[in-house]
Design a protein around this ligand. Structure first.
Ligand code: ADP
Length: 391
């Protein structure tokens, strides 16, 4: 590998500052073949403009320049945050007197090179500072990787604690129901209990089991997505049928949430979609609306453009701040405190993957306190067959 290439395959940059074109040309020639990217400028002002924008490994700075000499330029270089510690090598024709050299070091020089240039000395000195710069870049990358790892571990720990809490929540009422049934059998009350009451108790148990299996399905989907194994099987389906089927599945939950669901469905909208996977998207959006807008009306409507079917799920709940509109579609991302609302932060992530597998889009429009409206756009004439997301 060339000495002048950074880990990300970017070349190391060297800034050469000299008012004489001929000197710049000889600097470039001297550093030819090193792989560095050489940027040449003819004044201190031009050098400062570059340093505001880019990071250089070393600055080769002529001392005798008109308007702003090398020492003045070096002092200004030290004031720019990005170049505060960038090594400056002064180029000078004068062998420095002690006073002269000191002036340079005070201005921020780390070394001198004398004209006429000795190419070997120049290359060797520059190489030392390039090595130093590369080490600094490596350390920066390592620190970044370490911070990312720490963040990942923290997210995993938070997720495990939320997940275990979420998985346990339906189990407690389920256990209580089962103990209730046992007592009814033992005390002979089963025979005297009305069928309606028994049905109601079983429905409650069944909704806890559904909740549990939904969590487990989400976990399985995430591992499928991570391994690139989530696929869809498309068949002709009507959007309003999909939505009505979800309402039937969630009937019990809708009733106990006290939310009314208003439908404005266009029965003519149909496309080649994976029916079960689109149902899953509707389930996620509707259960979220019930969770975050408890007791308030929810509206589900559909419409279409020439190319796309659009479904909107609108609620009048807590709403979502603009800064979170994109983030909540990420894996494990939540925008509410764990103490107030359960949830693994996976529903919208999985929904987006499913919609994107259909070549569609999903997004939210919302303001805090003013409810949320989730939009799902699906192509009407999607390429049929099966798609698979690769990680
Ligand atoms: P969760 O299971 O935590 O609800 P989701 O992926 O479904 O996970 O949602 C991610 C986050 O998006 C939620 O934690 C919540 O902050 C926010 N969110 C989703 N739907 C709504 C909604 N209808 N109203 C307000 N916030 C919502």
């Amino acid at each position: 590998m060339l000495e002048g290439i950074l880990p990300g395959a970017e070349p190391v940059k060297i800034l050469c500052v000299d008012d004489q074109e001929a000197n710049l040309t000889s600097l470039e020639a001297a550093l030819d073949g090193t792989g560095y990217k050489i940027i040449c400028v003819r004044s201190g002002a031009e050098a400062l403009a570059h340093l505001q924008e880019e990071e250089f490994a070393v600055i080769l700075l002529d001392v005798q320049m008109p308007i702003m000499d090398g020492f003045q330029t070096a002092r200004m270089i030290r004031k720019i945050e990005r170049s505060r510690t960038t090594p400056v090598i002064f180029l000078t024709a004068n062998y420095p007197s002690e006073h002269y050299a000191l002036q340079g070091y005070e201005a921020g020089a780390v070394d001198y090179i004398f004209k006429p240039l000795n190419i070997d000395v120049l290359r060797a000195k520059v190489a030392v500072f390039v090595d130093l710069f590369k080490t600094k870049v490596d350390i920066k990358l390592l620190r970044k990787a370490e911070a990312e790892l720490r963040k990942a571990v923290q997210i995993r720990d938070e997720f495990l604690s939320i997940a275990s809490h979420e998985l346990k929540t339906p189990i407690t009422p389920l256990q209580l129901q089962m103990q209730g049934f046992m007592r009814m059998i033992e005390t002979g009350r089963l025979e005297t209990t009305s069928v309606e009451k028994l049905k109601y108790m079983l429905e409650i148990s069944s909704s806890q089991v559904t909740r549990l299996s939904r969590f487990i399905d989400q976990l399985l989907d995430v591992s499928r997505l991570n391994e690139g194994r989530l696929s869809i099987q498309c068949e002709q389906a009507r959007l309003s049928d999909i939505i009505r089927s979800v309402l039937e599945q969630l009937q019990h939950e809708i009733e106990s949430s006290d939310c009314s669901v208003q439908l404005r469905l266009d029965d003519s909208i149909a496309g080649k979609w994976d029916r079960l996977r689109i149902e899953q998207v509707v389930v996620n959006l509707l259960t979220n609306a019930m969770k975050y807008a408890a007791g308030r009306p929810i509206q589900i409507s559909t419409m279409h453009t020439d190319d796309n079917a659009v479904m909107m799920v609108r609620d009048q709940g807590i709403g979502i701040a603009k800064a979170d509109h994109e983030r909540i579609f990420g894996c494990y991302e939540r925008a509410v405190p764990v103490a107030n609302y359960g949830g693994l932060g996976l529903g919208l992530y999985i929904s987006r993957q499913i919609v994107e597998l259909h070549q569609g889009r999903i997004w939210v429009e919302s303001e805090p306190g003013k409810g949320a409206c989730f939009f799902v756009e699906l192509p009407l004439s999607s390429k049929s067959g099966s798609f698979i997301i690769l990680p």
